[in-house]
Design a protein around this ligand. Structure first.
Ligand SMILES: Cc1cc2nc3c(=O)[nH]c(=O)nc-3n(C[C@H](O)[C@H](O)[C@H](O)COP(=O)(O)OP(=O)(O)OC[C@H]3O[C@@H](n4cnc5c(N)ncnc54)[C@H](O)[C@@H]3O)c2cc1C
Length: 410
């Protein structure tokens, strides 16, 4: 989106191809997964976003192949589209570390469908516990395990803590949702391992306030319909749980492998495409790879798979192409500007690392709130989300607590 918009007013024709008709604001997916927001609040139709940009058109379709020598993109196995320059930004997907069978028992959070599936499992677990006579099974239904203590796992765990301890209070007659066990597991010695140690420790304390227990230094060895097994200092342990959510691993979208097959581009261990300093593929100066799909090094450091990096790369790649169109052939060098990291841990709690400035608690949460509203695409979405957040803040409610989806009811 940022690359396409950067071409506004340029003497070029832009075609945006996406298999979805909307742009998704992934940082707020966990709020859809926990009933705080509805899917439409965090998605904006791509057509609407580009409606005023007359040199841009939008094509709904899945890119199934590339023919770099003929400069063609194949859409839905049938239609070929010619290009002079190509920007590939197909993002990333989950990685189950070679155990794809775990996905069925522990869905991850990447798409709107993932979010509504997690919401279904989360809300259904409380309903099932309410109907369950056996205390042992009730405990299994009220145990929630989140695997992966990065920002997504922390945000999801904190929001589940809020649902159990605040939102559902007084709503059930046979169970007490506050007795839920919410466990955040991570293989590293600490959660939020890319943040400074003091902020990790503060995040653990803020999670304790929401009844979330963090367990670190554990290696998950199995996940099935009855829970999670892991190694703790060499000993095998098991948590009996009916709801397990995956926030542990990320790998490049399959487009990385396709680019490798068609151009010989190098891939890193996560399947991301290793690019030149100007984000193009070696030997194919007209193909740029950006965002989560690209393995980029800026000033000696790997660029993280976060939204600001993707946005900056989008603008940079568009500028490279614009300069070429103007006849300036010298390639530039992409430099990532790190604006800091934020992770939210429920109502009025967050941690923020802005380099020399480190914040936690309410002030970090206010910074998080402001930044996320600012970047949410679409004016209408911003207003809707702001009003809902304000309402939830004062009432502790969550308005989108609906169970939908295949197999919604037992
Ligand atoms: C749950 C979650 C929370 C996050 N929170 C934060 C956060 O708080 N802060 C932050 O900075 N970053 C966050 N991120 C990361 C951030 O969302 C990504 O870094 C960013 O979206 C990457 O942008 P991208 O354009 O590379 O890929 P994406 O945003 O994933 O876009 C890829 C697009 O390609 C399309 N596509 C894929 N394959 C094809 C195909 N074959 N044909 C056609 N279209 C295709 C997809 O439909 C999609 O629209 C989060 C990510 C997740 C999943």
């Amino acid at each position: 989106m940022y690359a396409a918009r950067r071409f506004s007013g340029a003497p070029v024709k832009v075609t945006v191809i996406d298999r979805r008709n909307f742009h998704l604001f992934q940082p707020l997916l966990y709020q859809v997964a926990t009933g705080g927001l509805s899917p439409g609040d965090i998605a904006a139709p791509i057509r609407t976003t580009l409606r005023r940009q007359k040199n841009a058109e939008v094509l709904l379709g899945t890119v199934t192949d590339l023919k770099p020598d003929a400069k063609l993109v194949v859409v839905d196995n049938t239609r070929e589209i010619a290009y002079d320059s190509l920007i590939v930004a197909t993002g990333a997907t989950h990685s189950y570390f070679g155990r794809p069978e775990w996905e069925k028992f522990a869905p991850g959070l990447k798409t709107l469908e993932d979010a509504t599936e997690i919401r279904r499992r989360l809300l259904f677990a409380f309903e099932a516990a309410e109907r369950e006579a056996s205390p042992e099974l009730r405990r299994e239904w009220l145990t929630f395990v989140i695997v992966g203590g990065g920002p997504t796992g922390v945000e999801l765990a904190g929001a589940i803590g809020e649902v159990a301890n605040q939102t559902l209070r007084d709503e059930f007659r046979h169970i007490n949702p506050e007795e839920s066990r919410i466990i955040l597991l991570d293989a590293s010695p600490r959660i939020l391992s890319t943040y400074p140690e003091e902020l990790s420790a503060q995040a653990v304390n803020q999670l304790i306030g929401l009844n979330v227990r963090t367990r670190t230094g554990l290696r998950v060895t199995n996940i099935d319909e009855r829970g999670v097994t892991y190694l703790n200092n060499g000993d095998e342990e098991h948590i009996a749980a009916r709801s397990v959510f995956w926030a542990a691993g990320v790998q490049a979208s399959p487009m990385g492998k396709l680019l490798y097959d068609r151009t010989g581009a190098k891939l890193d261990r996560a399947g991301r495409v290793v690019v030149q300093p100007n984000l193009s593929i070696e030997g194919f100066p007209e193909i740029f790879v950006i965002g989560d799909l690209a393995a980029v090094v800026s000033e000696g450091k790997p660029v993280p798979g976060v939204a600001p990096a993707a946005m900056q790369m989008g603008r940079f790649a568009a500028d490279e192409i614009r300069r070429r169109v103007q006849g300036q052939a010298e390639p530039g060098t992409f430099r990532y500007m790190d604006k800091g990291s934020l992770a939210v841990i429920g109502r009025a709690h967050a941690v923020a690392d802005f380099g020399s400035v480190r914040l936690s608690g309410l002030i970090a949460w206010l910074a998080w709130l402001f930044i996320h509203l600012m970047y949410l695409v679409g004016f209408q979405n911003r207003i809707l989300v702001f009003v809902q957040w304000a309402f939830h803040y004062f009432t502790f409610s969550r308005g989108a607590r609906i169970i939908v989806g295949p197999g919604a009811l037992p």
